[in-house]
Design a protein around this ligand. Structure first.
Ligand code: HEC
Ligand code: HEC
Ligand code: HEC
Ligand code: HEC
Length: 182
């Protein structure tokens, strides 16, 4: 038994390179990468539901004259140049450009990975097929509606200059995107 454990240790140490031991931050791939496997009716059309939601327009909203007016008044900057606005209206802002995949576009606003976590390590079919492996590789999931709501109110809160009261049930119904039961 002990010998087997020792052998296992050797194998593990041998195969994990120092680069892997240093915690690698996960990178953002962009909605187009997730879309490949999450767009058909059978899969639940997560792409379409997202495209039709305001989250897909969150960055474009910052390019409007209305947004600039708010940002000028608060920060004396254009809205797309204000990290104070980008933090809720875009994904992956302010992170090392090396961690942004080739298909990542900031213009895509609040994307899959804004909520589900950056997907560079979990996006492969091999990992995604297993919920457990996906979570180990950075996929964020939630236990119940209370946890989901806690995630929403990180942005849907009075720090938003245009805040309107967040009614969880109504708002979640507008963007829910379940995988159909098999
Ligand atoms: C190569 C195909 C593929 C890609 C790319 C992919 N997924 Fe998946 N994903 C799957 C499969 C297969 C499942 C398993 C669930 C199912 O039966 O549809 C899954 C499940 C999920 C789940 C449900 C996990 C759970 O059990 O609650 C989430 C959330 C998810 N994917 C998000 C993403 C995001 C975000 C991206 C982009 C970073 C992405 N996926 C990219 C294939 C993929
Ligand atoms: C990263 C920040 C962020 C998170 C997290 C977030 N949202 Fe949003 N949400 C926004 C922004 C920004 C807008 C406004 C986009 C626009 O109008 O351009 C928005 C808009 C919406 C809208 C459209 C509002 C309307 O009046 O039609 C709905 C619905 C919504 N969010 C639901 C949710 C739900 C439900 C959650 C949690 C599961 C959530 N959001 C999590 C940033 C976020
Ligand atoms: C505003 C946050 C938000 C965005 C944006 C978002 N999701 Fe989700 N997603 C959630 C939440 C919350 C759940 C619910 C998890 C649950 O029910 O346990 C979920 C569930 C899922 C599931 C699992 C459904 C199931 O029935 O188990 C998949 C697959 C998924 N999302 C994929 C995506 C993809 C792909 C995108 C982008 C096209 C995306 N999501 C965008 C928050 C988000
Ligand atoms: C704490 C997160 C957060 C921050 C910071 C934030 N927003 Fe938003 N923004 C939201 C959310 C959530 C919505 C949609 C619902 C709402 O207004 O509460 C939104 C909606 C908007 C809208 C659309 C309002 C409408 O009536 O359709 C504009 C314009 C806007 N934001 C501009 C900005 C600008 C400009 C900044 C920076 C000065 C900014 N936001 C900072 C979360 C945020």
């Amino acid at each position: 038994m002990l010998r087997r454990a020792f052998f296992f240790l050797i194998i593990t140490v041998y195969f994990i390179s120092p680069a892997q031991i240093e915690a690698q931050p996960y990178g953002f791939e962009g909605v187009q990468v997730c879309a490949v496997c999450h767009k058909t009716e059978k899969q639940g059309q997560q792409l379409k539901i997202w495209q039709e939601s305001k989250h897909a327009l969150a960055y474009k909203t910052l390019q409007s004259p209305e947004a600039d007016k708010i940002a000028m008044k608060l920060y004396n900057k254009k809205a797309v140049e204000a990290k104070e606005c980008l933090k809720c209206h875009a994904s992956g802002n302010g992170i090392d450009a090396k961690l942004l995949g080739a298909k990542f576009k900031i213009e895509d606003g609040v994307q899959c990975e804004t909520c589900h976590g950056p997907g560079s390590a979990y996006k492969s079919m091999k990992v995604m097929k297993s919920r457990e492996e996906s979570i180990k590789n950075g996929l964020i999931v939630w236990k119940d509606n209370a946890e989901i709501k806690a995630g929403c109110v990180k942005c849907h809160n009075p720090e938003s200059p245009t805040y309107v009261e967040f009614k969880f049930n109504d708002m979640w119904a507008k963007i829910a995107h379940p995988t159909p039961k098999k």
